[in-house]
Design a protein around this ligand. Structure first.
Ligand SMILES: *[C@@H]1O[C@H](CO)[C@@H](O)[C@H](O)[C@H]1NC(C)=O
Ligand SMILES: *[C@@H]1O[C@H](CO)[C@@H](O)[C@H](O)[C@H]1NC(C)=O
Ligand SMILES: *[C@@H]1O[C@H](CO)[C@@H](O)[C@H](O)[C@H]1NC(C)=O
Ligand SMILES: *[C@@H]1O[C@H](CO)[C@@H](O)[C@H](O)[C@H]1NC(C)=O
Length: 381
């Protein structure tokens, strides 16, 4: 779990709290989830018919949506969706590190719920209740409630009969501070609450989108300008070629990284390692301590963050992630955040896998190809 502090100059302090509300490590989420997907055969045949070739540009396709996202402090990327009849708008985090959809509901009276938009099932003529309980314990906090079903709209894309969570309790210091009231998970179904079909799977099953692919362009500078593309790829958002790597484990968007180096010296992941691509995580998380020799001026981790003296600022080389033979550098300005005047590395501790969050993904256009079970990266425009 994090504690989060907004300082007067809008810098962010992310610290791992030792008094954990729940185990933070996302792999906990993973092991707890069963691999069940209703309509699995249906899904497989859909995917076989629709393996994505990327030959065409999807920009003019009707079963495709480029959906705007807003950035909050380089940490959260969220966008609008609507639920119910008549449609009511909610702001949700588009999160590749989870697979459920949930929003705050009128049954929640915790701090933060009141200031947000709340789903009221009595105001939707298409809402159906289920007997399923909702329970999440993750980086946002501990969220409990129940599941219902309704029509969900993302831009022009309409999903019928989508199961989603309605929160009743939100034990979270973060959710009270942010201008969104839910999460839309884009992970694999095995990461979702058992037997609940995630939004993207319903987009595929209900043939709302033409290709089983989504992609992120996360703007580095402006609050707006970021997008999530659902159902295809608009090639105008990246330069050069997309490089692909197979998804090694289809729960999270997990891939194999060859090595991580600085100045040609390996600083982590010396004999290949696993990494999760997570748009719902701000930084890059390392599974253990980094080897120090690459980081000139790097001190030992303090409160699970690395401290870097301001003076070494200009001399720090990029951290290079090598993925399927291609180098993906992260420049110092992308991995160092200044907190109350003191720069800190954006590499935080523990976990079992690397987690490549927004600090990494922001520099690249990223394609999540469910049809071909692969992940693609290209330099963003
Ligand atoms: C969400 O919709 C509101 C209008 O209801 C709009 O002002 C806002 O910019 C939208 N947010 C994003 C991220 O597009
Ligand atoms: C809606 O989805 C649920 C499970 O996700 C399923 O049991 C039910 O048959 C569906 N209803 C319709 C009308 O498709
Ligand atoms: C990995 O890279 C090689 C070339 O370097 C390429 O032939 C292969 O297709 C890539 N893997 C995937 C899954 O695309
Ligand atoms: C690095 O130094 C430059 C000027 O030399 C400054 O603008 C920038 O904010 C510094 N970066 C960090 C992370 O301190």
């Amino acid at each position: 779990s994090y504690t989060i502090t907004w300082t007067s100059d809008c810098c962010l302090l992310f610290v791992f709290s030792s008094s954990l509300l729940c185990e933070r490590i996302p792999l906990m989420k993973m092991s707890a989830m069963q691999k069940t997907l209703k309509g699995k055969n249906l899904m497989n045949s859909f995917l076989e018919e629709h393996t994505y070739s990327l030959s065409q540009n999807s920009a003019d396709d009707q079963k495709f949506s480029t959906h705007p996202l807003r950035k909050l402090k380089d940490v959260f990327y969220f966008g609008n969706i609507s639920i119910g009849t008549p449609p009511k708008q909610f702001r949700v985090l588009f999160d590749t590190g989870s697979s459920d959809l949930w929003v705050s509901s009128v049954y929640c009276h915790d701090p933060g719920c009141g200031e947000h938009r709340l789903f009221n099932p009595h105001e939707s003529t298409t809402f159906e209740i289920t007997d399923r309980h909702m329970y999440f314990c993750n980086e946002l906090g501990k969220i409990t409630g129940f599941f219902g079903r309704d029509i969900v709209q993302i831009g022009d894309l309409v999903v019928m009969n989508q199961t989603f969570g309605l929160s009743q309790r939100q034990i979270s210091r973060i959710l009270a501070l942010v201008p969104f009231e839910g999460v839309l998970g884009l992970g694999y179904p095995s990461l979702a609450t058992p037997k609940i079909i995630p939004v993207f799977d319903n987009l595929m099953l209900q043939k709302v989108i033409s290709e089983p692919v989504f992609a992120f362009y996360l703007n580095t500078k402006k609050e707006d300008g970021s997008v999530v593309m659902l159902g295809g790829v608009d090639h105008s958002y990246y330069k050069g070629e997309l490089n692909w790597v197979p998804v090694s484990e289809s729960r999270y968007w997990q891939i194999t990284v060859d090595r991580i180096s600085m100045n040609g010296k390996v600083v982590g992941c010396s004999s290949r390692c696993q990494a999760i691509l997570d748009t719902g995580t701000a930084f890059v998380f390392t599974p253990g301590l980094l080897t120090q020799q690459g980081f000139a001026g790097l001190t030992s981790p303090f409160l699970s963050q690395y401290l870097i003296s301001c003076r070494v600022n200009t001399t720090i080389p990029p951290v290079v992630f090598t993925i399927n033979g291609t180098d993906y550098p992260m420049r110092p300005e992308d991995y160092i955040v200044t907190v109350r005047g003191q720069p800190r590395g954006r590499f935080s501790n523990p976990g079992l896998t690397w987690i490549l969050g927004d600090a990494f993904l922001r520099q690249y256009f990223s394609v999540f190809d469910r049809g071909n079970r692969r992940f693609g990266l290209a330099p963003a425009v």
